[in-house]
Design a protein around this ligand. Structure first.
Ligand code: NDP
Length: 273
């Protein structure tokens, strides 16, 4: 048996992460010999831990809340997507080099186009939230030639900053009812807090897809309101989670796993939990 390549997901908290199960399923497809752990890093200690992981022979890490900006900053080289997002969810270690990638946006688009068969070309899109994940999503969304993208956020200034950076529209939550949207993305953790989104139910009336980045064993509060409001399809973020992981795996090991069977495996796993 060949040498085991070591990987991990780091964050705080990280106990809930499904990344180990997903990556071990990927590895089976190629007979890759890997290990994959969850490592909780204390706040403010990201750089020290990365140094230790490199010394311990790790080949790469996935990075989750709240360290995606730190991951980008500590890299010696970054991809275009990571640079545009100013954030990285994947690091690859090669000798003394730390390579940064952001696969959140590509994972989201692959899930939308593949599993949900939805193209963003010429579509009117509303994004709720203006945090790290939206920074990862926007460069990739803009490459798909949407008709219009609007972003609404609790802190209005943050939405305006994204609007200025990406040439999109910033709107208030109160104003979202005045337009029809083909795609509404919830990029806030409101569903984790068991709260419904800050937009009126009828905003979903002509919506083809309502997509919650949060994933869950049962429909999230956002998905429930979206369906009641008239959205044709309401999806959680499990597909994005699997697709972004497959892009990370490809970045590390040079081959992209098949995702449909892994999505189904993880969906079953969380349903049984
Ligand atoms: P951030 O913490 O960077 O941003 C959170 C955003 O949500 C901010 O815009 C914040 O607004 C807003 N927000 C937080 N709480 C509330 C609230 N109670 N009401 C209204 N708005 C609120 O998080 P991320 O962008 O990284 O992640 C967002 C969600 O997406 C998380 O739940 C995360 O788990 C999920 N996610 C899922 C992925 C997947 O693969 N499926 C990948 C990445 C993220 P403000 O600016 O005002 O604070």
């Amino acid at each position: 048996m060949g040498k085991v390549s070591k990987f991990a997901v780091v964050g705080n908290p990280v106990a809930h992460s499904l990344s180990p199960q997903i990556h071990m399923e990927f590895a089976k497809q190629f007979n890759d010999s890997i290990s994959y752990e969850k490592i909780e890093i204390p706040m403010g200690e990201f750089d020290d831990y990365v140094g230790d992981l490199i010394s311990d022979g790790y080949k790469g890490i996935n990075v989750t809340i709240p360290f995606k900006l730190d991951a980008f900053r500590c890299a010696t080289k970054s991809s275009g997507n990571a640079r545009q997002a100013n954030a990285a969810n994947t690091l690859k270690f090669e000798g003394n080099k730390i390579l940064a990638e952001n696969t959140d946006g590509t994972g989201f688009i692959k899930d939308l186009k593949g599993r949900l068969d939805f193209s963003l070309k010429n579509k009117n899109i509303l994004i709720l939230g203006a945090g790290g994940s939206v920074r990862g999503l926007l460069p990739v969304i803009m490459d798909e030639f949407p008709k219009k993208v609007s972003v609404a956020n609790r802190s209005v200034q943050r939405a305006q900053q994204l609007a200025d950076e990406f040439g999109i529209q910033s709107i208030l939550y109160d104003e979202t009812g005045s337009e029809k949207y083909d795609l509404i993305i919830n990029a806030t953790p409101t569903s984790l807090q068991n709260k419904t989104p800050l937009i009126a139910k009828d905003t979903f009336e002509d919506c083809t897809i309502a997509y919650d980045l949060v994933y869950s064993s049962t429909p999230t509060p956002f998905m429930t309101v979206a369906k009641e409001g008239g959205a044709q399809v309401a999806s959680d973020g499990l597909g994005m989670l699997v697709e972004q992981a497959a892009d990370s795996y490809n970045f590390w090991l040079g081959h992209r796993p098949e995702t449909k069977s892994v999505y189904e495996y993880i969906r079953n796993l969380i349903t049984q939990q």
